[in-house]
Write a protein of this length. Structure first.
Length: 221
């Protein structure tokens, strides 16, 4: 049974989520403030965290950042009324895996949870020129130099390399990497790509990931 931590200060939403997810056979722990949420995460093992943004004692953003200081793998989903592109970027950069706006459909939330909890333990090495990704170890190297990427940067780079040689449109990427299936500002992808390129620090003539103007990106050796 998968163990989910819910951190939500609106009692009605918290109880709705707790009851609904328990009926789906998930083990649920729930708290109503950020500090208790962070402390509970440190003391128990969780498979996923549902995290409200606006919380007393410690904001959801702060909780997410603190968790990511020691844990890069546990999926974190933000539940929030915030919906500007900048706020979305801020949450994803803090280490969140996904982002769902209130009010939301429980069925949609359930599907997003299932996506995050799918077995990701496949042993796989991806390569692109001097770039090597070890999926199982969650590591990235360039010419044997280790590169530190956020979870979403790792997912985006892996996706492009898995689809090496094919043009990946921004719409495809936002659906497959972010699991967002509604109208959405895909500009967030460009922000993450710029960050990935800076971290990879490839030579000027090593343009392994090209921007296809007005369409998306393509990875090629």
């Amino acid at each position: 049974m998968k163990h989910i931590l819910i951190v939500e200060d609106e009692e009605g939403i918290l109880q709705f989520l707790k009851q609904g997810l328990e009926e789906e056979n998930y083990q649920i722990s729930a708290v109503n403030n950020g500090l208790d949420g962070y402390n509970l995460f440190q003391s128990e093992k969780f498979d996923l965290v549902l995290l409200d943004w606006m919380l007393p004692k410690m904001t959801g953003l702060e909780v997410c950042q603190k968790i990511r200081e020691t844990d890069s793998k546990t999926p974190i989903l933000f539940l929030t009324a915030k919906d500007t592109v900048q706020e979305t970027i801020e949450g994803l950069k803090a280490g969140a895996n996904d982002y769902i706006k209130k009010p939301f459909s429980f069925d949609e939330l359930l599907e997003r949870i299932k996506v995050q909890l799918r077995d990701k333990s496949e042993q796989e090495i991806l390569t692109l020129g001097p770039i090597e990704i070890n999926i199982q170890k969650h590591s990235v190297t360039v010419d044997k130099r280790e590169v530190s990427l956020t979870q979403k940067e790792f997912d985006l780079l892996s996706y492009l390399i898995k689809n090496k040689g094919n043009v990946c449109s921004r719409t495809q990427i936002i659906q497959d990497v972010w699991n967002i299936h509604f109208e959405y500002d895909t500009g967030v992808i460009d922000v993450f790509m710029n960050s990935i390129r800076k971290k990879l620090n490839l030579k000027v003539d090593e343009d392994y990931i090209k921007t296809i103007r007005g369409v998306g990106y393509i990875a090629n050796d």
